[in-house]
Structure formats: C-alpha cells, structure tokens
Design a protein around this ligand. Sequence first.
Ligand SMILES: Cc1cc2nc3c(=O)[nH]c(=O)nc-3n(C[C@H](O)[C@H](O)[C@H](O)COP(=O)(O)O)c2cc1C
Length: 188
Amino acid sequence: MELFDAIKNRRAVREYTTENVDKESIRKLIDAAIHAPSAVNNQPWTFTVVRDKEKLDELSVQAKAYMLRSISDDPGAAHFRKQLEDRDFHLFYHAPVLLVISSAEMEKWANEDCALAAQNMMLAAHGSGLGSCWIGLAQHYLNTAAGKALLNLPIEWLTVAPIIIGHPSHKASATSRKDAVIYWIDPN
Ligand SMILES: Cc1cc2nc3c(=O)[nH]c(=O)nc-3n(C[C@H](O)[C@H](O)[C@H](O)COP(=O)(O)O)c2cc1C
C-alpha cells in the first residue's frame, strides 16, 4: 500500500468480526510502533496486549462508570454521557484486542513519544488489513490505581494510548476534514 494512501484511507474502526488477531500480527504492529521517533531517542513506550474478553468486558464497565462520575454536566458532554449511560455500549466495541501503549517513565515527552508510536501502529494495522481505534474514553481510568491494577500495570506507568485492534466487519465510512489553516512566512 502506498504510504500517502494509507495515511488518507485509515479510519477509526468500530465494528469488528469475532476473529482473533494472532500474536505474530500483533508483534508486527508493535515493531512498527517502536520505529516511531522519540525525544532524545528515549523510547519510553511499553505495550500491554489484552486479548482476554472477560478482562475487556470488565474494563469497559469500570472505565465507563469512572468517566460518568468525572465528565462535566456541560451540554458539550451530553453525547458522551448518553453513550456512557447506555448499558449495551461497549467501550471497546467488542474488538478482540486492546493494545495499551504506556510510558514506563513519567518523563517530559512521554505523551508525544507514545502518541507517535500509536500512529505508526494504527497505520501498520491499516496496511495489514486490520482496523484500529484509539479509545480515549478508557485513558483516564487506566491512569487510576484501580485501572492499573485491573491490567497489572505498574503504578508509576503513564497510559497514553489504549488502541483496539481487530478485523473490520466492513469498510468504515469516510470522515470529513477541515481545511488546513496555513500561514506561509516567505521571504519578501
Ligand atoms: C486521542 C483520541 C481519542 C479518541 N477516543 C475515542 C474514543 O474514546 N472512542 C471512539 O469511538 N473513538 C475515539 N477516537 C477516534 C476518533 O473519534 C476518530 O479518529 C475521529 O473521529 C476521526 O475519524 P478517523 O480516525 O476515521 O479519521 C479517538 C481518537 C483520538 C486521536
């Protein structure tokens, strides 16, 4: 797949088949992730691969409850509140795999480094015919002591990117993009 096509056609995938993703495919995605740039080449990322359905179901319930307690009452959050209140809404869309990218150190560029690894991983998933979606709604819970305990993550780790992976059940619809705001600072 041509790189620019991959960048333009990757979509957040929210509907998956029940087919699992084998370890070799997951290792390939992680290999793509670790080739991301990182500040002073620190490579602070760690990868926690959750393929246990019961764990994912439990994490969905707990993270939804946590988010409901913490989101604001402002009208802008109404859509999320409705989703989180829906008992049938699965935070991970029943995807077979959740790949959590965390930083082992709370260092200055941890967020940037892990986000770049996440983008590499999502593009590699797309290039391999897999779907992915960053689940920000799980991120805050995974940074609490209870959330970390659920996945046995060390307490000092910072979770940046919870990414679901699976086989898309169909092609996700295109999403719109705003026009880029560009300022050219050219010589006179
Ligand atoms: C930081 C971040 C957090 C996100 N959190 C969620 C989420 O919790 N649930 C979800 O369904 N999609 C989530 N998404 C996916 C976005 O909604 C999606 O990328 C956006 O709508 C654009 O669609 P596209 O990725 O198909 O171009 C998140 C994306 C990012 C980058």
